[in-house]
Ligand binder design. Structure first.
Ligand SMILES: *Cc1c(COP(=O)(O)O)cnc(C)c1O
Length: 467
């Protein structure tokens, strides 16, 4: 182990850097404050694969398995257990982690059977520290900020404009590191749940008299003029953390690649990240086969879907309309170029779901024990449509990535079951039954309800063999 000029211990031999998507000679250190390339496009993080290849695929697999769920800092995290592949040069002391990742991947047997699938698996990324997959990327970004501050760089705070999961993740990780976080929200347009996480975590929360785009303008200005570090998804450090989801899925399936991975898409960083993780596994020989990727969009915010219909020959931003899946109400996705590349290389499909389809897919899945967010509903609805069309076949192994926990989006479930969702009929509401507190009345209604459910269950497809 040697000491760098700044006094850091550097036994790392693995390296990664920012690189322009179009010009491999345009490179920056991961500790440089730079968000876009000279041509105005996004940067990507590139790893020294020759160095990584010096470790065999079998050894990487063993290493990832040994580190999982253990307490050897910081490798117990699902993200940092793959540190050499994610952000190799950061000092362990500067890692800001809440041991994110390793969310459960489970065989949704009953729901899958009802859709006509033998093997439907759900990757529960919402079972995470702040309740969404955004934690996977934010641990990397905030760790890098801590590292830069430790090296003496002047970064007074880290900021984002976001109406939901990004601001929650940023606020939590920044609070854990003791770094000031700033969140810009459009005043009066945010409901209580997305607001309360940053408020509770002590972020500086500004409610501005503008819309989301207006907030984005302000955050870009404070980043440019005041040295505040930008945490929005144009920052490709987040992709490095998020890409572990694909690796983790394959690891959890004992290194077998599923036939399909379905993921909801808005700004499209997540689908790009999924492909990037799979790319590395292929390049380093951990797997030899590709899954097909489905990116699912809300019909109200479907620019990638529209482009897919025209074989990606053209892409046109749209004005996204309101959707239950509020985190993906995005008409001009930042990561469009990376996403199209990902879909093409993974023989991908883009599917869409209408508002009633989203609501019913969530309600249906909830009836089999799930409790997912409306964005997951988009992915579930898309899966059901592709099964009905025969694109996904009964015996295919399908993994749906659930992006957030349903508890973060209870408003929509409350409205669904009280039948007050605008324009959506609620086909399977289950409101509480209000009765007087009299035994006979309760008993009669209870028997009736049990019978109703037994009747519904007798229609269900029969048990599939265990995968
Ligand atoms: C951010 C987010 C998405 C969309 O991810 P993108 O990278 O923007 O495509 C989907 N679901 C949830 C819950 C999210 O928070």
């Amino acid at each position: 182990m040697t000491k760098s000029p700044s006094g850091r211990s550097t036994k790392v031999r693995h390296r990664a850097w920012f690189e322009s998507l179009h010009d491999p000679s345009e490179r920056y250190g991961l500790d440089e404050v730079v968000y876009t390339s000279r041509d105005g496009g996004l940067l990507q993080v590139v790893h020294d694969l020759d160095e990584l290849r010096k470790t065999s695929a079998a050894k990487w697999r063993r290493l990832f398995e040994e580190r999982a769920h253990k307490n050897d800092w910081p490798y117990g995290s699902g993200v940092w257990g793959k540190k050499e592949w994610v952000c190799p040069e950061i000092d362990h002391a500067n890692v800001v982690s809440m041991y994110e990742g390793h969310s459960n991947l489970f065989w949704a047997e009953r729901y899958g059977r009802q859709l006509g699938l033998d093997e439907l698996w759900i990757k529960q990324c919402g079972n995470s520290h702040t309740g969404s997959f955004k934690d996977l990327g934010m641990t990397v970004l905030v760790s890098m900020v801590k590292e830069m501050r430790a090296r003496g760089q002047d970064i007074p705070a880290v900021a984002c404009a976001s109406t939901g999961d990004t601001s929650a993740a940023l606020s939590a990780y920044a609070a854990a590191a003791g770094i000031p976080a700033i969140v810009f929200l459009p005043r009066g347009k945010i409901s209580v749940a997305p607001l309360i996480q940053p408020v509770a975590n002590g972020a500086i929360v500004f409610a501005l008299d503008t819309d989301f785009d207006g907030c984005m303008e302000i955050v870009k200005q404070v980043a440019e003029r005041d040295g505040v570090y930008l945490a929005n998804s144009m920052n490709s450090l987040r992709i490095e953390g998020q890409k572990t989801v694909g690796i983790e899925i394959v690891q959890q399936l004992d290194w077998e690649v599923p036939d399909w991975i379905v993921i909801p898409g808005g700004n499209l960083g997540n689908v790009s990240a999924l492909a990037k993780g799979l790319d590395m596994m292929l390049e380093l020989g951990l797997v030899s086969r590709k899954p097909r990727i489905v990116c699912a969009q809300a019909e109200a915010a479907n620019p990638l879907y529209l482009s897919f219909l025209r074989d990606f020959r053209v892409f046109e931003p749209i004005a996204a309309r309101p959707t239950l899946a509020s985190a993906i109400q995005i008409g001009n996705p930042v990561s469009i170029e990376k996403a199209i590349d990902a879909i093409r290389r993974y023989d991908g499909i883009v599917e869409q779901a209408s508002e009633p389809e989203i609501a019913e897919a969530c309600a249906h899945a909830d009836r089999t024990g799930l409790f997912n967010c409306p964005h997951t509903g988009v992915a579930l609805a898309a899966t059901a449509k592709l099964v009905r069309r025969g694109v996904i076949r009964a015996q295919d192994r399908v993994v749906v990535i659930s992006t957030a926990h349903g508890l973060k989006f209870v408003d929509f479930k409350v409205k669904y079951h009280s039948m007050t969702l605008e324009g959506i009929p609620s086909e399977q509401p289950n409101p509480p039954i209000e009765l007087p507190a009299r035994y006979e009345t309760v008993r009669d209604e209870m028997r009736r309800q049990i019978e109703l459910r037994a009747l519904a269950a007798s229609d269900e497809p029969r048990r599939s063999p265990r995968p």
